[in-house]
Design a protein around this ligand. Structure first.
Ligand code: SAH
Length: 287
């Protein structure tokens, strides 16, 4: 795959160098939706070639909080005007055309756009809702971008096609931030131990202490019979291991067990196992 250099920061950042060009958009609501899609992904440079109606209420209504992108949008009468100062033009199309042209999928297209944005403005061109870009317009492009949609229903809504490209640009930007693939924005945070989790993961000794306490409590309330253990403790172990408990969760669970023991009047014979001690009942040999 094309390997991009890290994007620039500051006023010359690729986000400003890459312009989204919409050609003769019929529904102004779509222009607003495009502005929103762009702002969500950190892009701001919108060019409108001879829009049917702009600015108007529908475009601002659909832009939601992205009206600043609409305020800054450049409205020009021809595609030539939108492209004349660009160093690279990439046109999007839902279908193949008569003369095959260099076609790139969205992630590679984003990489090419970012790379070229270091030397000047790059245009990503999107067509009309009803019949896309003309062949003449597509022949003005260095590359075509095809979003690999369902071949039986390949045409995305204009703003959604823009969203896909802006998303790819954003992913590239995040990957190139300090930390690369390990960037905090790209890392999942699903369990203790992941960056961002609020409590440290429980240590094995603490979890074993909890299992011992659990087994003792189940015994105290006559749920678990050591002479007929079946696979109870193994199954409970599997359940709790799957949850990847954190230290506070262990404390809560042990507090609950202590209360259960107390309520069951079992304090006398039930000696809660301290965290970190070996669980009782392992001698059953069923774990
Ligand atoms: N009916 C038109 C498609 C219009 S959709 C046609 O057949 O060409 C409006 C615009 O969204 C397209 O011009 C293109 O810029 C973009 N778009 C929609 N689906 C796309 C896809 N699968 N790949 C790339 N761009 C797409």
């Amino acid at each position: 795959m094309h390997k991009p250099s890290p994007p620039l920061e500051g006023p010359d950042a690729f986000q400003d160098q890459i312009r989204i060009v919409l050609v003769e958009t019929s529904h102004s609501g779509n222009i607003g939706a495009v502005a929103r899609a762009m702002k969500n992904m950190g892009l701001a440079n919108l060019w409108l070639v001879n829009p049917n109606s702009f600015p108007d209420e529908a475009s601002y209504a659909r832009a939601a909080g992205a009206s600043d992108i609409l305020d800054r949008a450049q409205v020009v009468p021809t595609l030539d005007k939108a492209l004349e100062d660009c160093v690279l033009v990439m046109g999007t199309s839902a279908r193949g055309r008569k003369i095959p042209w260099p076609v790139v999928p969205p992630p590679e297209a984003a990489a090419i756009a970012v790379e070229n944005s270091r030397s000047g403005s790059v245009a990503l061109v999107f067509g009309r809702e009803n019949h896309g870009l003309s062949n003449d317009e597509l022949h003005r492009c260095h590359y075509h971008i095809h979003i690999p949609s369902n071949p039986d229903y390949s045409s995305l809504n204009l703003a959604m096609a823009v969203q896909v490209m802006c998303y790819e640009l954003r992913m590239l930007f995040l990957r190139n931030l300090e930390g690369g693939e390990g960037s905090p924005y790209l890392r999942p945070m699903t369990a203790p131990g992941d960056a961002g989790w609020d409590v440290p993961p429980a240590k094995v000794g603490d979890v074993e202490g909890f299992f011992g306490h659990l087994e003792q409590t189940l015994h105290d309330v006559d749920f678990h019979r050591r002479d007929n253990p079946r696979q109870l403790m193994s199954r409970l172990r599997r359940l709790f291991q799957r949850a990847k408990l954190d230290q506070m969760e262990i404390n809560i669970l042990r507090g609950i067990l202590s209360s259960v023991q107390k309520a069951a009047g079992a304090q006398g014979n039930a000696k809660p196992t301290k965290a970190g001690t070996k669980p009782t009942g392992q001698e059953d040999g069923h774990v």
